[in-house]
Design a binder for this molecule. Structure first.
Ligand SMILES: Cc1cc2nc3c(=O)[nH]c(=O)nc-3n(C[C@H](O)[C@H](O)[C@H](O)COP(=O)(O)OP(=O)(O)OC[C@H]3O[C@@H](n4cnc5c(N)ncnc54)[C@H](O)[C@@H]3O)c2cc1C
Ligand SMILES: NC(=O)C1=CN([C@@H]2O[C@H](COP(=O)(O)OP(=O)(O)OC[C@H]3O[C@@H](n4cnc5c(N)ncnc54)[C@H](OP(=O)(O)O)[C@@H]3O)[C@@H](O)[C@H]2O)C=CC1
Ligand SMILES: O=C(O)C(=O)Cc1c[nH]c2ccccc12
Length: 439
């Protein structure tokens, strides 16, 4: 059962979140977010016979993949590492499914497990009161449940950089989450800020559409081949990690990268001191898996801007190295961030960046029925690990509650029960007047 505390307000004001809103009580866990993590959590729970309710801010599942991903996006890890628990990708899918195939898979996943999220329910506040998590949505509903599973993801909001003069720019500025295709930029002069997987692939896409983008590389970056001798680099790393320490695996990957890609340093892409997988674990910085951008940089079809942007002007940018260029459009490939701290004010569980303070593999469980899925820095593979553990943990409590309730009904007498069960029963009896129940 872990560390259970007496029910008390953990955060938020003493008074109700919003006394005017419609109040809905759900007996099973409430999941926030209908991306891969929320769906995996719901599916794993349903396998244990535990009902769950998903609240999703968007109007569809997997909104990151449906609305905020560019046209040419494919999984850059092989499909074996990106499938969700209990349902494999279709046999005929390619090794690296397209975003459309991934979305189709997730639609089938939701259908298979009868997952029907409530859409247009953006959670804007959460607090724990009287043994229950209470969630307020922008749609003026308040939901209550003994369990809260946060599955809003590491990529909930775009990071907008604080670059001097950005507001003065006369052309178009977008974040990569709104980028669809280089075809919309033909013959334009484009600045891409950032050189992670998004910046590299957007630059590559632009270079295929008669654009020679300038890509800002302000710091160090690890670029790895997507595959070595036909085997995915990620797969190789996972296999080696079963036997060898992380640092040694990183050394091997860097050797493989130098053999297959040549020296990236010579192209002006300096490598961080820390190895690629260690850096991903420690700082969440994903190495770039090269899908072709490197050869375009080598060929001069993607121009690198080292040291960064000093200032954006009305017509272009001034760079730290003193150069100045004119641009028609700026694409911010500056990454994403969690939004948890904006609605969940529980400082001791999440870092200020909105990811669990305790790193993977132990960040999935908090106190008082709080859980997270998908904040692992390990992509969809990490999501699956979390979802299985969270569901098992809740299923154990659920089973115990159901047993106790059955005993109470059959014996019609007061049975001494441990606190969590008591709270559930206490809650059902006393605190729910005026709340609608969802079955
Ligand atoms: C472009 C891109 C490509 C990627 N490719 C891969 C890959 O190939 N392999 C891999 O393993 N990982 C990849 N990742 C990592 C990626 O984060 C995961 O693949 C996956 O989408 C994470 O799932 P998630 O459910 O945790 O988060 P998300 O997919 O972001 O889903 C979270 C959901 O929560 C909703 N939400 C957010 N805030 C609220 C709120 N307050 N109230 C209600 N709902 C809310 C969102 O609308 C969203 O639907 C990629 C990431 C990006 C950005
Ligand atoms: N095909 C796939 O599967 C893809 C997967 N992804 C995944 O999505 C996630 C997000 O990737 P991505 O969108 O690339 O974001 P990342 O966070 O990985 O990269 C952001 C980039 O922007 C740079 N940056 C941030 N602020 C500034 C600034 N003010 N000036 C200059 N540069 C700046 C960062 O530099 P610095 O490092 O110095 O901070 C970094 O190069 C990753 O996990 C990635 O792997 C993304 C695209 C495709
Ligand atoms: O693509 C992503 O964003 C991921 O998080 C997947 C991922 C997890 N660990 C990695 C290590 C190297 C490259 C990608 C990933």
């Amino acid at each position: 059962m872990g560390s259970f505390k007496l029910p008390q307000d953990q955060h938020g004001p003493e008074e109700d979140l919003n006394s005017q809103c419609e109040r809905i009580h759900f007996n099973g866990p409430i999941i926030v977010g209908a991306g891969p993590s929320g769906l995996a959590a719901a599916a794993c729970l349903s396998v244990h016979g535990v009902p769950s309710l998903i609240l999703e801010r968007s109007d569809c599942i997997a909104s990151l993949w449906q609305y905020r991903a560019y046209d040419r996006l494919k999984l850059h890890l092989p499909k074996d590492f990106c499938q969700l628990p209990f349902l494999k990708f279709p046999e005929d899918y390619p090794k690296y499914p397209t975003k459309h195939q991934f979305v189709d898979y997730m639609e089938s996943y939701a259908t298979h497990f009868s997952i029907r999220p409530l859409f247009n329910q953006s959670v804007i506040a959460a607090r724990f009161k009287d043994g229950l998590w209470r969630l307020q949505t922008a749609a003026d509903h308040e939901y209550a449940s003994p369990w809260l599973i946060i599955a809003t993801g590491e990529n909930a909001e775009p990071v907008m950089p604080d670059i001097v003069g950005l507001e003065k720019f006369g052309g178009k500025i977008i974040h990569t989450s709104s980028f669809k295709s280089g075809s919309e930029y033909q013959n334009e002069r484009v600045l891409v800020v950032g050189c992670g997987n998004s910046g590299m692939e957007v630059s590559l896409d632009l270079s295929g559409h008669n654009v020679t983008p300038h890509m800002v590389v302000r710091d160090t970056v690890h670029v790895l081949p997507k595959e070595v001798l036909g085997f995915s680099t990620f797969g190789i790393a996972m296999a080696l990690l079963k036997w060898f320490p992380l640092k040694l695996v990183d050394k091997f990957l860097l050797f493989a990268a130098s053999v297959t890609l040549g020296s990236t340093e010579q192209l002006g892409l300096r490598r961080p001191k820390m190895g690629p997988f260690e850096l991903k674990n420690v700082a969440g910085k994903t190495p770039v898996l090269d899908t072709g951008a490197l050869s375009q940089i080598r060929a001069g079809k993607i121009k690198k801007v080292t040291e960064g942007v000093k200032e954006i002007t009305k017509n272009g940018a001034k760079f730290v190295d003193g150069q100045e260029e004119e641009f028609d459009s700026i694409i911010l490939a500056t990454g994403y961030k969690s939004n948890v701290t904006s609605w969940f004010k529980r400082a001791e569980f999440f870092t200020e960046k909105g990811i669990p303070e305790v790193p993977f593999p132990n960040g999935w469980k908090g106190e008082n029925g709080l859980y997270t899925v998908g904040f692992t820095r390990g992509g969809i593979l990490g999501t699956s690990c979390d979802a299985i553990k969270v569901a098992q943990d809740i299923a154990d409590q659920w089973g115990a509650i159901k047993n106790k309730q059955a005993q109470i009904v059959s014996h019609s007498r007061k049975i001494p029960v441990k606190r969590p069960y008591m709270i559930n029963i206490h809650f059902e009896r006393r605190s729910l007047q005026g709340w609608k129940a969802v079955k």
